[in-house]
Design a protein around this ligand. Structure first.
Ligand code: PLP
Length: 383
């Protein structure tokens, strides 16, 4: 089966994990602290806290920023459920804003209009979670400007974009946002199976998430004497195991190779599909280097008189699992029931959802398999 995404594990990964499995630490230990150090080096950031998932990272970020009932947090509906769920965990309100049809990221003009309007009525927005969808960075300079002007905390849900660059800078995420979430779930740009991280230059945020990761308990003893600990907040067990961290370390070493391979695959798709009027390839611009976590291809199904479901089933029967990323979150019963959004507020997300298909892109995709897919795709749609 050729999937739309897949992890890449080699012998170095296996060896790193095996070493830790044979060591004294299985739960949080030296590999975890080393992984955090290496992520700080990669992002040129001050503080990293690795956690058990990207969802846990977002949950703790909401807690650290003090979100609560009555607060409103702006985000895009074009994301994985965990982004908006993290707003709901704290009792705050997820204020969805439509996407920009060119970048598929949140539309910054509409964000500014909303901030202006809310300011006028003295109802302050508490935060913005912007997602670098598919690995394509948002216009973070502009977002930072809005964050400063309206005094709003910025979260970069960077779960798709490890390895992307903004103005040539691979550490951009933590340079512009107040705090950044990462996911190392199995299909992400690097993986620890499940896992995530919170990255920030803000000491207060860091201190909070670090304590919340481990039950809200602070250790007073350097000797591991638990009876000398104190619980100062209501926290969780969101720790990452040391063997997962070992995998993270050896995966991070390969990030440049992974990015090169993803870019090569994307450029073959770009060449094959860019001239076709019924298709839209993901657009980039000069300031961005796309991480191509996904390759979202838009297909004008109406014009081609083809049903998307039928096409996805056809490919599945041929051993190719395509995907749709994502169903806009206001379609889901939970969001309908609790927030009652009308689809007409989001014409760009609706259009995107009708047309988008995520086609195979991952470091281990062979050129043969990619060309086989392209041939089948062109035959199905255009012959
Ligand atoms: C944009 C985005 N945010 C958050 C998450 C949650 O990460 P995890 O699956 O590690 O909990 C994901 C994972 O799919 C994601 O794609």
């Amino acid at each position: 089966m050729i999937n739309y995404a897949r992890h890449y594990i080699d012998n170095h990964d296996l060896k790193s994990v095996e070493e830790v499995l044979k060591s004294d630490f299985l739960s949080q230990g030296p590999a975890t602290f080393k992984f955090e150090k290496l992520l700080n080096k990669f992002f040129e950031s001050r503080y990293t806290t690795v956690v058990s998932s990207g969802t846990a990272a977002l949950h703790l970020i909401g807690k650290a920023l003090g979100w609560k009932k009555g607060d409103e947090i702006i985000t895009s509906p074009l994301t994985f459920a965990a982004t908006a769920n993290s707003i709901c965990y704290s009792g705050a309100y997820p204020l969805f804003i439509d996407i920009d049809p060119n970048t598929y990221n949140i539309d910054l003009d509409q964000v500014e209009n909303k901030l202006k309007k809310k300011n006028k009525f003295k109802k302050k927005i508490k935060g913005i979670i912007a997602i670098d969808y598919a690995g394509n960075p948002c216009d973070w300079k502009n977002l930072r400007f809005l964050g400063n002007k309206y005094n709003v905390k910025l979260v970069n849900d960077n779960c798709h974009a490890l390895g992307a660059k903004y103005f040539g800078d691979k550490g951009y995420a933590v340079r512009y946002a107040d705090v950044v979430s990462q996911s190392f779930q199995s299909l992400k740009n690097i993986t620890t199976g499940e896992g995530g991280a919170i990255i920030t230059n803000d000491k207060k945020i860091h201190n909070k998430v670090k304590i919340l990761r481990s039950h809200g308990v602070v250790s007073k003893s350097r000797k591991g004497f638990h009876w000398k600990n104190n619980q100062i907040d209501l926290g969780y067990n969101y720790r990452l195991t040391d063997f997962q961290s070992a995998l993270g370390i050896s995966q991070l070493k390969k990030i440049n190779i992974f990015m090169r391979r993803r870019t090569e695959i994307a450029s073959i798709y770009d060449t094959c599909f860019s001239e076709n009027k019924n298709l839209s390839i993901p657009k980039t611009n000069l300031r961005n280097e796309h991480a191509y976590h996904l390759y979202p291809l838009l297909i004008d199904f109406n014009k081609l008189k083809i049903k998307k479901d039928k096409m996805l089933n056809f490919f599945l029967k041929k051993g190719i699992r395509l995907q749709v990323n994502y169903t806009p979150l206001y379609h889901y019963d939970f969001y309908k029931k609790n927030f009652n959004y009308k689809k007409k507020l989001f014409p760009n997300a609706e259009n995107f959802f009708q047309q988008e298909v995520s086609i195979p892109i991952f470091p281990g995709l062979s050129k043969n398999d990619q060309l086989k897919f392209i041939k089948l795709f062109n035959n199905y749609l255009f012959n």
